[in-house]
Design a protein around this ligand. Structure first.
Ligand code: GUN
Length: 330
């Protein structure tokens, strides 16, 4: 891999993967920081032109600890990039009408350009009804049916942050996509499906796998680019990976079983120390220790996809602000 040149210069590709190289860790933290800096420049230009910064509103219902961490990270990063950001909390006991009422209020707020409802929602609340209520022009998660339709029609739209960030990572490492075989494991609305659509737009031949896929290892071994977004720690091992593939691990699974820690992190003293101190550690969907030597490159967990997601929420908020005010989108 070549080093990145001076920060602030943005000529692609600034990094490249050596042909025949193996086990390169793709630095999502560095690319996320780059994306965040670019968003900050665009946000400052927007502020100069319109007299206010682009603004994100995040709706958080209930007290799911992981959701609280994710929302705090998104709003903090927005503020760091010079955007406005607010979190709107409802109790887990909130009704669907209360949730939809809050979304209506934020849709009507002219200072809110990007609006997201963190999922999962507490039992009894419909995520799809909430996502359909968000104005398509403010839908920075790309989950409104209008935006989903535009994405699959190949139009420029607001697309889900995680898969958009993954494309930025691949592009910035100079990973060629045109004509390649891409396999996406996991069919969620927020990652798997939009990832498949974006890879298709980039002329990959895409296979979208799920829990009923027969002979998953054989299908995955066809991949030049393999994206794991299943939510099962270490599910994809060396049997799933073609020699020389590029592997993207979207999983963030908190593991608490010492046997799992031993299986997934053999000889990794830092992980074992963290586990002893906290009683849990994060693991991706890929068995990185065994897959990394086969792969040309792989994203680590943490420090891979996570920072890209946060950066793309900021980028999408700036994009939504520009589209609303410049193009008049509602
Ligand atoms: N829950 C897990 N990931 C996401 C995300 O990207 N957006 C929202 N709204 N909720 C999530």
């Amino acid at each position: 891999m070549t080093d990145s040149p001076t920060p602030g210069t943005h000529q692609l590709p600034r990094r490249s993967l050596e042909p025949g190289g193996r086990g390169i860790l793709l630095d999502g933290k560095a690319i996320g920081a780059e994306l965040q800096r670019e968003a900050a420049v665009a946000a400052a230009a927007f502020q100069t032109r319109y007299g206010r910064p682009p603004g994100l509103a995040a709706v958080l219902v209930g007290d799911d600890p992981a959701s609280q961490v994710y929302v705090a990270s998104k709003t903090r990063s927005c503020l760091e990039a010079g955007l406005a950001a607010s979190t709107w909390r409802l109790p887990a006991s909130a009704s669907q009408d209360e949730l939809l009422g809050l979304i209506d209020q934020l849709n009507a707020d002219e200072t809110v350009d990007g609006l997201l409802v963190q999922i999962p929602l507490p039992a009894g609340l419909s995520a799809s009804a909430a996502q359909e209520r968000v104005s398509p022009a403010k839908d920075v998660d790309g989950l409104h049916p209008t935006n989903v339709g535009q994405l699959w029609s190949g139009q420029d739209t607001l697309a889900s942050a995680t898969p958009s960030g993954i494309l930025e990572l691949l592009d910035r490492y100079g990973v060629e996509l045109d004509g390649k075989r891409a396999v996406v494991v996991g069919r969620s609305n927020i990652v798997g499906k939009p990832m498949a659509a974006l890879l298709l737009q980039r002329n990959c031949t895409v296979t979208l796998c799920h829990s009923r896929t027969r002979d998953l290892p054989a299908v995955c071994r066809e991949a030049d680019v393999l994206v794991a977004a299943i939510g099962r720690a270490g599910l994809l091992g060396p049997d799933h990976v073609r020699e020389g593939a590029v592997v993207i691990d979207v999983g963030t699974n908190r593991i608490t079983d010492p046997a799992e820690v031993e299986r997934l992190f053999p000889g990794d003293e830092a992980k074992h120390r963290a586990f002893a101190a906290r009683g849990s550690v994060l693991a991706g969907d890929v068995d990185t220790a065994r897959v990394r030597p086969r792969a040309t490159a792989i994203t680590p967990v943490p420090g891979g996809v996570g920072p890209l997601t946060v950066a793309m929420v900021i980028q999408n908020t700036v994009k939504a602000a520009e589209r609303r005010l410049v193009a008049g989108a509602r």
